[in-house]
Design a protein around this ligand. Sequence first.
Ligand SMILES: C[S@@+](CC[C@H](N)C(=O)[O-])C[C@H]1O[C@@H](n2cnc3c(N)ncnc32)[C@H](O)[C@@H]1O
Length: 176
Amino acid sequence: MNYVRAFLQDPLVATIAGTSPIAARKIVREANLGSARCVVEYGAGDGVLTRHILNGLSSDARLIALETNARLAEKLSGIRDERLTVYQRSAADIEEIVCGPVDVIVSGIPFSLIPQKAAILDAAARVLAPNGRFVAYQVTPRLFKDLRARYEKVSANVAPINIPPLFVLTGERPLR
Ligand SMILES: C[S@@+](CC[C@H](N)C(=O)[O-])C[C@H]1O[C@@H](n2cnc3c(N)ncnc32)[C@H](O)[C@@H]1O
């Protein structure tokens, strides 16, 4: 219900249902959180994937979750976990929010609807550590070529058990 109401008022919510548990587990596996100390989530929504990320995160790591929609950001802020910091801010602002290198960015923002796509992807590559990963789940594979231009290695997977099915696109090691 969170997403239906939010989507009716804000097309950038871009979904009427949260990511399924099976797809969320696949996205978290792709994120390879094992040794991550600083993780950022773009478009965290009401926190459906955030909870899975927190489950996979070590106890001394931190997760910064960005969500632009006020209704969803309020729900997200209800997650009580001392590793989590929530901002009702855009992914475009990431360089004003983080002060050290980021190990992993997990992104659900609908890049096909976002005019600042290139600026957001460039900023993400700048804040990532040299071994950093950018994992995006999207309804189309179109972002693949944008990641190829910015990362040393890029891979694509599918998470079919979701409405709609998702492409999980991963860029490793940002090109400097
Ligand atoms: C497809 S939903 C994903 C929601 C949730 N993470 C999930 O797994 O179901 C995309 C989310 O990105 C948010 N969003 C859109 N543009 C954004 C931006 N520039 N920065 C941060 N969040 C954004 C939307 O409000 C929406 O909650």
